[in-house]
Design a binder for this molecule. Structure first.
Ligand SMILES: [Zn+2]
Length: 335
């Protein structure tokens, strides 16, 4: 990757002339956690796929992030629920359309097989609350749950969109959950009365946590206050969709993209996001397609030009080929 200035070189408060302090870069250890598989009809995702019979069994990957300075462990996404019967009845017909589904090992099994237990996890960040990313939250008896803006509204009141868009009112322990505010609102403030406000992000971060510009991404929250991990606002797929950007080595980042994009062909610019007719309306797998396209453009830019001139690898939650090629990154291994 050729070094290339971003269009906003002062994103991290340094002027373009100041050298980056690569010597004191704090890194985290990121491991992939196997967290179940499901089968996706490709024509719902890729515009160039016209054969409705093409279906891919793909992982729904979770990630363990270990932050050495604080000793904290967080997980990004929880994958599939171990016991499919414990999904709500409304979602069961949809699950039939995603068979074969595999739920063992789930994220808790994967932690245990690498010597950890769900109770060792300090925080869980969910990219969004679709069924294939929420796993079994009740396994994480100590963790703080961090979700994006508007998630509580979604859980409590639902939405009309896809057949898969059913949500569980009691998914998260509200007393241990934080809903991030919309960027532009101050951190921890009540947004429309729908904030999870029993705990504040500051209690986890130990410092004021607020959205800041994070070019080429939209906005980010410095999760540990030391520039090693950012929660990134990544709108489009579903209300409150979040990504995670983590520095895994000197000048090397991984960007955990959740469902911001579902197929490497789209990320590579070889095809577009698919649309189709449902109940007389043109729909897309993304709730807000223009928003999702903007998020995708930012990811493509980061992959091409880097983040603060450092290399960024974009990892899609359901990228089966990537998973196959990175077995060494699976827990207890790391990326
Ligand atoms: Zn998904």
């Amino acid at each position: 990757m050729a070094p290339h200035r971003t269009d906003n070189p002062i994103v991290d408060g340094r002027s373009p002339d100041q050298p980056h302090q690569n010597e004191d870069q704090i890194c985290v250890r990121v491991s992939v956690l196997e967290a179940g598989k499901l089968t996706l009809p490709e024509h719902f995702f890729c515009a160039d796929q016209h054969d409705k019979n093409v279906r891919n069994t793909v992982p729904s990957m979770s990630f363990l992030i270990n932050h050495p300075p604080s000793g904290k462990r967080i997980i990004f996404d929880l994958g599939m629920r171990r016991d499919l019967a414990k999904y709500p009845p409304e979602i069961q017909p949809h699950l039939q359309t995603r068979q074969p589904i595999f739920t063992i090992p789930d994220v808790s099994d994967s932690l245990r097989s690498g010597g950890l237990d769900p109770k060792d996890i300090d925080a869980v960040v969910l990219s969004h609350v679709h069924y294939d990313h929420v796993g079994t939250p009740s396994d994480f008896i100590r963790a703080l749950f961090i979700v994006g803006p508007g998630t509580r509204q979604l859980l409590l009141h639902g939405m009309k969109y896809h057949s898969a868009a059913h949500f569980e009112k009691d998914l998260l322990p509200f007393e241990r959950s934080i809903e991030l505010p919309e960027p532009g609102h101050a951190g921890g403030q009540n947004v429309g009365g729908e904030q999870f406000d029993a705990v504040k992000l500051e209690s986890f971060v130990g410092t004021a946590a607020a959205w800041q510009p994070l070019a080429p991404f939209e906005n980010g929250i410095d999760l540990f206050g030391d520039g090693s991990v950012y929660i990134v606002n990544s709108p489009g797929h579903l209300q409150g969709h979040l990504n995670l950007l983590a520095r895994v080595a000197r000048r090397r980042w991984v960007y955990l993209a959740g469902d911001a994009c579902h197929h490497s062909r789209i990320l590579d610019g070889k095809t577009e996001m698919a649309t189709w007719q449902e109940r007389g309306q043109l729909v897309c797998i993304h709730q807000d397609k223009p928003g999702a396209e903007e998020t995708l453009r930012r990811m493509m830019k980061a992959r091409k030009e880097g983040f603060r001139e450092e290399k960024v690898e974009i990892i899609l939650a359901h990228d089966a080929n990537w998973a196959k090629e990175h077995r060494e990154g699976f827990f207890p291994g790391f990326l």
